[in-house]
Each structure stands twice: as structure tokens, then as C-alpha cells.
Design a protein around this ligand. Structure first.
Ligand code: NAD
Length: 377
């Protein structure tokens, strides 16, 4: 069995907590990675196949994302085992029980992620008073409803295209996953002239070279159906989305969907990582060698967490959206320029930006006094 400490380094993780309550089949994990900049913010993911390692890797992505985004929060993540489509009463019981058991872990603030939403965050807030991504009725900025992350992605695409040499107008977009991130990214990009030619969800994929109607697809999803129920296009299995020829390919579903063994199937010019850790590092290196630009997850999808942090600190929706646009444009430009000048992967450039901010914050914390002791760790 893989031990999460095999992956630990000088940034973290600072806490790994397993939660088990057999009477209600609650199995969950919290990883608080690094809190040098402030209490961690990260989503609660519900899926049947989560793991401690996945949770740690996602928590690390949050550490880097929050630092790069310049918000006053560290990185953490929680995962709960279960089918997110379970009956609502069961889901509420699990989420409330998990929140309650983590009541005193003040270094972690819950947010929504795959399989959880604003309503789940309202249950957490009601239990322990510590959650972001809340419904509007209780003072939240519903980040998934307004598409904060998809909005950010549209700004990232706009800046990245300066490094690609083709315009957004008429660019063919393929999106894997048509949930909160994928559907809104599609909405904003097609609203600016791009053409959505392919899309997938957990049940399959749909392709139409003439374009898919984002409103129709969103209506299908809202009705609990699949993108494969779309009337006019080629219906295939969900893997087929990897092979669809396009100009911009956006993973917005699960981790590690593109790896060494399938990355050569991508036929695109630009990859924007909407999901967290959707490509392995080996896959990113392959793309770099082939001259295909890839904007890493913690730069590209920071819109949601910026919105969440601003909600937590009492900001308005309008101010949050303005900040998302500003910060994501600035960071994308900073990272892509540095990567181009130094011939390094965009991920390396992005890590340099984030880690230098975290390390500066770590230097002023009490434990740093002891970090030079011989044999430390
Ligand atoms: P969601 O649950 O709203 O949507 C996920 C979508 O992916 C659904 O359409 C689902 O059917 C589809 N899907 C699941 N497994 C799939 C598979 N194997 N192949 C194709 N499609 C599949 O989730 P979301 O909030 O859109 O998050 C998607 C990803 O983006 C996650 O990695 C999440 O961590 C990341 N992310 C989300 C936000 C946010 O604001 N919601 C912010 C940053 C990062």
C-alpha cells in the first residue's frame, strides 16, 4: 500500500486525518497540506474511487493554487467515499457527519468539488460555521452556479492564445467533463466566438464538427441526462474525447486522464487544465516536446478558489469576478513568458512562482527556527 509520507516534502502535508463512522458508512479523508500563508481552503470531493494519495495530491495542488493566486490561504482537500448521486437524505447525513467530526480542525475550510455543491456547503456551514461556495440565500457567491472557474478559464485561454498564434474566433474546442467547470468554460468560450465541437461526461462523448449547442447540452445535464442524449452528433464512448481533433482541449473531469500511454492521441494545439491534476507530469513533458502549450491546473482553474476566498472575506460577486479576470491574466502571462524565456515547462515556471511565495511565508513561522537542526525529518 502506498504511504502518503512517501510523497511528503518540505511543504507538507501537515495533517492527514481518516474519518470512519460505520453506523452510517462514512469513510473520508482530510489532508491539510501547507498552512504557512493561512488556513487551508480546498474542496470536498465525493466519489466511489477516491484515495488518500489522490487527496494528498489534490491538497498539494490547492497549496500551489492558493499561493499562486495570491489569496491568504493554504491548501487542503477532503474526500468522502460514495456515489454523489445517492439519495439526498443519505448524502446530507454523510456530509453533516463528516463536517461535525472535523469541527475542531480550524486549519481547514470546506469548499465544493466534484460530487458536492452549494447545498452541501450550506449543510457544512450549518454544522460547523466554516465553509465557502455557499448558496446566495445565506450570503454566498455560488461559484459553480455563476461559473467562476469557467470564467477564469476563458481569460487564461485569451492570454495563452498570444503564445499560440491563432485567434479564439472559430477555434475548435473539446471539453472532457460537462459539470460546473466544463459547461461554464464552454459557455464563456463559445460566447467569445469559439466553437464547441466535442464534449464528454461520465456516460460517453458527443462530437459535431459544425458545433454543439451549449445551452441544449446544459439543459440535458440539468435534467439529469447525459451529453450523449444530445440530438445532433456522433455518439461515442467517453474515451473518444481524447481523439477528437481540435485547437483547444480542456480536461474538466477526473485526475490523471492523460498520461504517458495516451497523450500521443491528443490532436490539439493548446491544453488548458480545467480539472485538478488531469495530466501526469510525463504527459505534460511530452506535450512540451511536441510544441503543444499546456497551462497547468493550479494556474488555469484558480477562478473558483479566488471566488471562494473573496466570499469568505465578505466580498461581492462583481468584485470577485473582476479579481479572477485580473489575477488569472496576470499569472498566465507571468508563467508563460517565463516558460518561454527559459525554455522550461509552464508547470515548472508556475511552481517557482507559488513555492517562492510559500517559502517566504514559512520563514516567518515558529517551526522554521528548528528546520536547520541536523537529522530533521
Ligand atoms: P462536476 O461534478 O460538476 O462535473 C464533473 C463532470 O465530469 C460531470 O459532467 C461528469 O459526468 C464528468 N465526468 C466524471 N467522470 C468522467 C470521466 N471519466 N470522463 C468524462 N467525464 C467525466 O465537477 P466540477 O466542479 O466541474 O469539477 C471538475 C474538475 O475540475 C475536478 O477535477 C475539480 O477538482 C476541478 N475544479 C473544479 C472547480 C470548481 O469551481 N468547481 C475549481 C477548480 C478545479
Amino acid at each position: 500500500m502506498t504511504d502518503v509520507f512517501d510523497f511528503a516534502d518540505d511543504l507538507g502535508p501537515s495533517k492527514v486525518i481518516h474519518v470512519y463512522e460505520p453506523s452510517i458508512c462514512l469513510k473520508a479523508i482530510l489532508v491539510v497540506d501547507n498552512v504557512a500563508i493561512g488556513p487551508s481552503i480546498g474542496g470536498l470531493r465525493m466519489a466511489p474511487d477516491v484515495s488518500t494519495l489522490e487527496c494528498f495530491r489534490l491538497a498539494r495542488a490547492m497549496t500551489l493554487k492558493n499561493a499562486a493566486a495570491g489569496i491568504r490561504h493554504g491548501g487542503g482537500k477532503s474526500v468522502v467515499y460514495g456515489d454523489p448521486r445517492m439519495p439526498k437524505t443519505e448524502k446530507e447525513r454523510l456530509v453533516r457527519a463528516l463536517a461535525s467530526s472535523l469541527r475542531n480542525v480550524h486549519e481547514y475550510i470546506f469548499g465544493p468539488d466534484m460530487g458536492t455543491d452549494e447545498e452541501c456547503m450550506a449543510w457544512v456551514k450549518d454544522e460547523i460555521g466554516r465553509a465557502v461556495g455557499l448558496p446566495r440565500e445565506i450570503g454566498g457567491i455560488p461559484l459553480d452556479e455563476i461559473g467562476a472557474t469557467g470564467f477564469g478559464i476563458s481569460h487564461v485561454v485569451d492570454v495563452a492564445l498570444r503564445y499560440c498564434g491563432f485567434p479564439l474566433e472559430g477555434a475548435r474546442v473539446v471539453i472532457q467533463g460537462f459539470g460546473a467547470v466544463g459547461s461554464h468554460a464552454a459557455r464563456f468560450l463559445t460566447g467569445s466566438g469559439a466553437v464547441l465541437v466535442g464534449v464528454s461526461d461520465s456516460r460517453g462523448s458527443m462530437y459535431n464538427a459544425r458545433g454543439l449547442d451549449v445551452r441544449d447540452l446544459s439543459a440535458l445535464k440539468k435534467a439529469g441526462r447525459s451529453v450523449t442524449d444530445y440530438a445532433d452528433g456522433l455518439r461515442q464512448d467517453r474515451e473518444a474525447v481524447i481523439d477528437m481533433e481540435c485547437d483547444i482541449w480542456i480536461p474538466a473531469a477526473r485526475p490523471d486522464v492523460i498520461h504517458e500511454d495516451n497523450v500521443s492521441r491528443l490532436r490539439t494545439k493548446l491544453v488548458i487544465e480545467g480539472a485538478n491534476i488531469p495530466l501526469t507530469v510525463a504527459a505534460e513533458k511530452y506535450l512540451h516536446k511536441k510544441g503543444i502549450l499546456c497551462v497547468p491546473d493550479f494556474i488555469a482553474n484558480a477562478g473558483g478558489v479566488i471566488c471562494a476566498a473573496m466570499e469568505y472575506h465578505g466580498s461581492t460577486q462583481a468584485a470577485a469576478l473582476e479579481t479572477i479576470g485580473e489575477k488569472l491574466r496576470e499569472n498566465t502571462e507571468l508563467v508563460l513568458r517565463d516558460a518561454e524565456n527559459r525554455g522550461i515547462l509552464p508547470r515548472e515556471a508556475a511552481i517557482n512562482v507559488a513555492v517562492s511565495r510559500i517559502k517566504k511565508a514559512m520563514e516567518i513561522r515558529r517551526w522554521s527556527l528548528f528546520s536547520s537542526a541536523p537529522g530533521f525529518c
